[in-house]
Design a protein around this ligand. Structure first.
Ligand code: IMP
Length: 196
């Protein structure tokens, strides 16, 4: 079976392919099947946004389509930046600007609890959906540390490891990350769905 990944990111393709190839599923990027849809992420939850992306690409190509949406939720900020993680602070900021702004908005705050969340949604042309969610709890560091990873990794601290996500190797991060957990759950749910 062929499944279209609603993303332009080849790294996401590799991650998904690694999980789904064992099930005989070929995952391709939307660009590889001539699809180019610009989906506005207007949802208020990660699940809604993953669905909006997957559904639009499924409709455009008539093939099963899968999408993910993720972000960082900080308890003391009522879950912000959440679904706005990629856009936090507006279009003028890069990854470093966004995490600096977050540290600034958390200045003096002692409750540092936060979590990364990832939602995956796969839409089938018959209207069926398979969805999965993964979370990784941690605390917000007071200053960035580490140089691997991307986004908010340098300020996401794992107390049990005494390291930020940016101080872990890709393998170490994938084994415990929100995305790794969501992908694993998704692989199992998809298998159960396909086996009927
Ligand atoms: P998405 O690509 O629309 O899901 O946006 C996700 C945004 O959340 C990214 O731009 C990052 O800012 C943040 N994010 C999601 N997952 C991670 C992660 O594993 N590390 C660091 N930042 C992440």
């Amino acid at each position: 079976m062929k499944m279209v990944l609603a993303s332009k990111n080849p790294k996401k393709l590799l991650e998904l392919q690694a999980i789904l190839s064992a099930q005989g599923i070929e995952v391709v990027l939307e660009s590889q099947v001539g699809i180019d849809v610009d989906v506005e992420e207007t949802g208020t939850t990660f699940e809604e946004n993953a669905f909006l992306k997957a559904h639009a690409v499924m409709e455009a190509g008539g093939l099963p389509a899968v999408a993910d949406d993720s972000g960082l939720c900080v308890d003391a900020l009522n879950g912000a930046p959440g679904v706005y993680s990629a856009r936090y602070g507006g279009p003028g900021l890069d990854d470093v600007g966004r995490y600096r702004l977050l540290l600034e908005n958390m200045r003096g705050q002692l409750d540092r609890r936060c979590r990364f969340v990832s939602a995956i949604c796969c839409c089938f042309p018959n209207g069926d959906r398979v969805e999965a969610r993964g979370e990784c709890p941690g605390t917000l560091a007071y200053a960035p540390k580490g140089s691997d990873g991307f986004g908010y990794d340098p300020i996401f601290f794992l107390p049990e490891r005494k390291k930020t996500f940016a101080e872990l190797t890709a393998e170490e991060k994938n084994a415990i990350s929100h995305r790794g957990r969501a992908l694993e759950a998704f692989g199992e749910k998809l298998k159960a769905y396909l086996e009927g």
